[in-house]
Design a protein around this ligand. Structure first.
Ligand SMILES: Cc1cc2nc3c(=O)[nH]c(=O)nc-3n(C[C@H](O)[C@H](O)[C@H](O)COP(=O)(O)OP(=O)(O)OC[C@H]3O[C@@H](n4cnc5c(N)ncnc54)[C@H](O)[C@@H]3O)c2cc1C
Length: 540
């Protein structure tokens, strides 16, 4: 987008209660954002970090435990780790990026140990660093961010990016959610911005994910950034129907049942999730973790205590009683699509804009599939570290013009009179992306059908009125971001006429060797797609 296309500003300086200047602004305070902030500060940059929630408890990692792709550089351990996931991801990962992430993740876990993270020690006396407890990890990260001198703005969702006359990203504006009317807007003028807003889980109520609505994708696309792999965006998390917890490791020890208590054939196998998704289209599915012995049950209680909270509250014993399960859409959170990065510093194609963590594409290290492979956590720490350092290099000492332009579109600007109904827009997007028959396995006629309605909704919102006030603007921007994400996702899914990674097409059930390329996407009023070759070194 040309900066000259932008017009009026929403928050005149007089209405902005909180104004900051910084070398680097990090948007999002999950692991990626925290690593970015620390890395930028370590290079002498002044840093502000804004989070929609409370940095340290917000996002997908904070409430859960996460596996980490932590592999020693001994023998052929790393070669095997890389090879083991290439086919699963549809041969879209690249060796050089996998090597970089393995090395940086190793170093960052060592750094965490030095900061005092209590990694468990095994019977051989070795520190085990292949998993992290989210609450402890993120509490430590917040502490380190503060000690690095970073100014944290909690409960302060960013709404839009700022750009200078040349289109270079120069900060952002947002809202302080816990302030009274009249003092709720913030603005940060910055030499560079890191987008670390996580993925998009479409407000499906998966634990930790309801802050993840694709805001960073929208803000970045509004200044011309590109996305990649948005067809790899249909991750669904398995969990009890009555709970938001989608940690699904323990279902490896489960049997799945129909309502009458008959086991569902194949539902516990490696292809079982597809069988569960299909069964859920017509009837409820029940589970029971009845294949865990006493030792494993005891381990489960200590490994993931929050898995049991909703069962304990309801007086259900998941090891002996059948309970209803569902699959919640986690979209790009445990998918792999996101903002395209163009260099080793995780810069986007837009000057001054960097992307890290789930907000960025993870195809570089795991192609079109992550599942429970720990790659996302490794990517969050590594890409955050690189993006923060890169942003510091770009932003430090950059003279940002006093007059900057606000790049936000739908929900913030609009010349029409029709009120922006966020709740209706959100429900309309969810109706297209939640159903298993549309999104688990995709079909061209249903994709086109959904896109017809999603495109029309975009036009309506674009031509409507802006949100009524700053607080409502947060919901309006979430709705717009989910809608934009759904359109990139389904356009990409329609164009990939094969089954690869997590992208499944009913009428193209096999992998097509001729489609071993990336699909880049972008644009708002008009969504565009472009193919990009994968570096050959990652080939099978
Ligand atoms: C149930 C579950 C289990 C998982 N298990 C694993 C695992 O075992 N291994 C693994 O590798 N990965 C796992 N993942 C994925 C992993 O959690 C994510 O990859 C990781 O959290 C990404 O870090 P992030 O910092 O990019 O995003 P997040 O941790 O999601 O943080 C994003 C932050 O951005 C903030 N934000 C969003 N929008 C805005 C805005 N407009 N303005 C300001 N701030 C904003 C949010 O509040 C949030 O704090 C799991 C995910 C889920 C849901």
């Amino acid at each position: 987008m040309g900066a000259r296309d932008l017009d009026t500003v929403q928050f005149s300086d007089a209405t902005v209660a909180l104004r900051h200047e910084a070398d680097v602004l990090v948007i999002g305070g999950g692991p990626a954002g925290c690593w970015a902030a620390i890395a930028a500060a370590a290079r002498g940059a002044s840093v502000v970090l804004a989070d929609k929630g409370f940095c340290g408890t917000s996002g997908a990692t904070a409430p859960a435990g996460t596996g980490v792709w932590h592999v020693p550089d001994t023998g052929d351990a790393r070669a095997q780790a890389k090879a083991s996931r290439l086919a699963l991801g549809g041969h879209l990962a690249e060796q050089a990026w996998m090597d970089r992430v393995l090395a940086q993740t190793w170093d960052n876990m060592e750094q965490l140990a030095q900061w005092g993270y209590p990694f468990p020690v095994d019977e051989d006396g070795l520190s085990r660093r292949t998993s992290l407890q989210g609450p402890e990890y993120m509490r430590l990260m917040r502490k380190r961010v503060k000690e690095a001198g970073v100014r944290i703005l909690d409960h302060s969702p960013a709404l839009q990016l700022l750009v200078d006359e040349d289109g270079a990203v120069s900060g952002a504006t947002g809202v302080r959610r816990q302030q009274g009317a009249g003092s709720d807007a913030w603005s940060v003028r910055a030499g560079a911005v890191v987008i670390a807003t996580g993925g998009c889980a479409f407000l499906s109520r998966a634990l930790g994910c309801n802050v993840l609505t694709g805001d960073g994708h929208l803000m970045a696309a509004e200044v011309g950034a590109e996305l990649s792999g948005m067809e790899f965006s249909n991750a669904y998390g398995l969990g009890p129907a009555f709970s938001s917890i989608t940690k699904s490791l323990f279902y490896n020890w489960a049997t799945f049942y129909y309502a009458d208590g008959t086991p569902i054939e194949g539902a516990g196998s490696s292809k079982g999730r597809g069988i569960i998704a299909k069964t859920l289209q017509t009837q409820p599915v029940f589970a029971c973790v009845d294949r865990a012995d006493a030792q494993i049950r005891a381990w489960m209680r200590t490994a993931q205590p929050n898995f049991f909270v909703s069962f304990d509250r309801r007086g259900i014993d998941p090891f002996t009683q059948h309970f209803p399960v569902t699959l919640r859409l986690e979209g790009t959170v445990r998918g792999t699509g996101g903002l395209q990065v163009v260099d080793a510093h995780c810069a986007t194609a837009v000057p001054g804009l960097y992307a890290a963590g789930d907000a960025a594409t993870r195809e570089l290290i795991c192609g079109g599939f992550t599942g429970g492979g720990s790659h996302n956590a490794a990517w969050a720490t590594s890409s955050g570290f690189w993006a923060g350092a890169g942003a510091a290099g770009f932003g430090r000492g950059r003279r940002v013009a006093r007059a900057v332009l606000q790049a936000g579109g739908v929900g913030l600007r609009g010349r029409g009179h029709a009120a922006f109904d966020s709740a209706a827009a959100i429900a309309a997007v969810q109706a297209e992306v939640f159903p298993y028959e549309r999104n688990w396995t995709r079909r061209s006629d249903l994709l086109e059908d959904s896109l017809g309605r999603l495109d029309a909704l975009w036009q309506r919102l674009r031509d409507g009125a802006p949100a009524a006030d700053a607080q409502e603007a947060v919901r309006a921007r979430e709705a717009a971001a989910m809608l934009a994400t759904a359109r990139w996702m389904y356009r990409s899914a329609l164009a990939r006429t094969e089954t690869r990674g997590m992208h499944r097409r009913q009428e193209h059930a096999a992998l097509d060797g001729a489609q071993r390329h990336r699909l880049l996407s972008g644009g708002l009023d008009e969504v565009w797609l472009r193919r990009q070759a994968v570096a050959e070194e990652g080939a099978a």
